[in-house]
Design a protein around this ligand. Structure first.
Ligand code: SF4
Length: 327
């Protein structure tokens, strides 16, 4: 591993200001970053340890919740308010990684995890995300886990996490502190970005930006589900996932919020689905139309062509579960 300087930040402003220096990365649980450092994929000059910052609380705010960036995935998933009011978030977190990893992984770190594209993690392979301008090995290569929506000719990677998919369906907000001490927030749906011609940028964070927490809005009614499809039953990243909040009244759908994981460079949302579904009586025909809309621009790259029909079936199965009709 390349030698690096280590500092422990005493305050969030101190951490943000240190992170403004080129070559500096924040370390929290380290469940992704340490692996990438060992592989020389992300060899920082400096690490700023943010684990002792006062950011590990979960607190009520206006009927919603504010979750500190250093709350562990385990503590978040078992919190009584999360289990009662935001079960889609608890289910998504518990579908990810293993118990040991969830004990170490933080909310802020989870949002910043990198893609699991095998070309990204192999420094002998071309990868525009790791080495801009070197090419994309996956487009004509091994692409089983890669994107079918929103990709570019420069990168077809997916964002691999589960928690962020639930945050997208819950329309959560992400609080960010800047190096100059100012704070702002970004919608979870706008936090991760599409690759475009800058695939090296996973999200909207700039140098010196520190995630301080996540805010959940007042809970909404409806059934909350998280369906994850993967190669094996545990400790595997999703091939695709669906987070859903669906409400019914008088036999018709009154709410249909949906977000999809591991099919794009960011948790994928599409307002056209809600526009179609709300007001409809649930039926396989309606759900099939929703899948048509979701997938109208989907594109496979050979090995991942199967994902297009997998996502269709996953969406329809999730909507059937949520509305109580048979698939
Ligand atoms: Fe790199 Fe993206 Fe291509 Fe993977 S898909 S090799 S991360 S540029």
């Amino acid at each position: 591993m390349k030698p690096f300087e280590y500092r422990r930040a005493a305050t969030a402003v101190e951490a943000a200001s240190a992170m403004a220096e080129a070559g500096t990365l924040a370390i929290a649980g380290g469940t992704n970053l340490i692996d990438l450092m060992k592989l020389q994929v992300e060899p920082p000059d400096r690490l700023v340890d943010v684990t002792k910052l006062d950011l590990a609380q979960i607190a009520d705010t206006d009927g919603g919740l504010r979750i500190g960036a250093m709350v562990s995935n385990t503590d978040l998933a078992v919190h009584p308010r999360i289990r009662r009011d935001y079960p889609v978030l608890a289910r998504a977190i518990l579908a990810g990684a293993t118990q040991q990893l969830r004990n170490k992984a933080s909310v802020g770190g989870n949002l910043c995890q990198r893609t699991r594209c095998p070309y990204f993690t192999n420094i002998d392979q071309p990868c525009n995300k790791r080495a801009p301008g070197s090419g994309c090995g996956a487009i004509a290569g091994v692409s089983r886990i890669h994107a079918i929506l929103g990709a570019s000719k420069h990168c077809i990677a997916t964002y691999p996490g589960d928690m962020a998919v639930a945050l997208a369906v819950l329309d959560a907000k992400i609080d960010i502190l800047r190096a100059d001490g100012t704070a702002h927030s970004v919608a979870a749906r706008a936090f991760h970005r599409l690759p475009g011609d800058q695939p090296e940028l996973d999200n909207v964070l700039e140098a010196g930006d520190l995630i301080t927490g996540v805010r959940l809005l007042r809970p909404v009614g409806g059934k909350q589900l998280y369906r994850k499809v993967r190669e094996r039953a545990s400790y595997a990243f999703a091939l695709c996932s669906v987070a859903a909040i669906v409400a019914m009244e008088g036999g018709r759908i009154t709410r249909a919020d949906l977000a999809f994981g591991s099919i794009a460079h960011k948790p994928w949302t599409d307002d056209r689905l809600s526009d179609l579904l709300v007001g409809e009586q649930p039926s396989l025909a309606v759900f099939d139309r929703a899948a048509d809309i979701l997938l109208d621009d989907a594109q496979g790259y050979g090995e991942n062509d199967f994902k297009i029909s997998l996502v269709r079936r996953s969406l329809i199965a999730t909507l059937c579960d949520a509305t109580g009709i048979s698939a």
